[in-house]
Design a protein around this ligand. Sequence first.
Ligand code: ZN
Ligand code: ZN
Length: 343
Amino acid sequence: MKAVILKKAGLEPLLEVVERPVPNLKSTQVLVRVGAVGLCHHDISIMDGTIRRGVPENIVLGHEIAGNIVEIGSDVSDRTPGEQVITTLTSSCGQCEMCLKGSEYRCVYGLGFGHKLDGGLTEFIAVDARNVFPVSSNISVVEASLVACPIGVSVKALYDLAEIKSGQTIVVFGAGGGLGVHALQVASDVGTNVIAFTTSPHKLGELEALNIGQVFLSEDGIDPSELVHAFTEDRGADIVFNPVGSALLHSSVSSVALSGKILILGEIERPSASMNVTELMFRDASLIGSTGADLFNIEKAISLVESGSVKPIIGSTLGFEDLLEAYTLVKRREPIGRIVLQP
Ligand SMILES: [Zn+2]
Ligand SMILES: [Zn+2]
């Protein structure tokens, strides 16, 4: 079978399509024929060399994996060949203290697909049955690839960490990106007032077409928090969703309401933020980091997508062999939502 490997990380990463044997199936695993893989900013950070720790040589990237089961191990009873499935973001053991308390993403023995363990940019992948979820075949395989990440990741941050409630006001930065465009849908489904910001003029039309809250183009010289305060009678936002990182840390703190929560889910630039901590302190506000999605977050994401409450937003679909082109497009922040790669 064919697989795409990362030969060398760097600003111009070196990729290669190689021939690999189809994996041997363990008794607890299922073999998935990969149909689509979302290209996450995590993959981009491994490709450009920002993330190096724990990444083995010649890694197969991709943790946003959807496909169909073609074979099941002898001990697997709850999955059937032919089913459309998505994978979790990491392989988990199901038995350690983290798994037992439901934090499977933080499994003590967990290995992230496309990071420590080969990921989805290959024709077949063997995955433990506990790490796949069925997704209705009414959802296309391309759309299904985005359910665990970024949709499940948005669910974890908003539901578990920010404890989002109807009637709250939420600011979503980076609203045209993969996390932002799905987070604003998850938030809207709860019944919040959404104030969204994008720096990309070409994404504005599509964001407005989602018909969710207010969408603004971030403009040089105007801090987004000024608009947030103008639209909230100077209260600020209960939740600030920041997938951009340092570059918007100051604006995030200035936008948050008393006792509000700021969620940090990404770092687009190299870390370089400084902030006035008293602003956080005098607001009784919380700054919360969040990555990943646990099993029940993924189950929630599946129900949101299957019910039509959240629509996976696909910027474009390309072939596995077009990974470098996709990397360049993401670096230029061109696509709205996610680029999805197909074999
Ligand atoms: Zn991802
Ligand atoms: Zn575990």
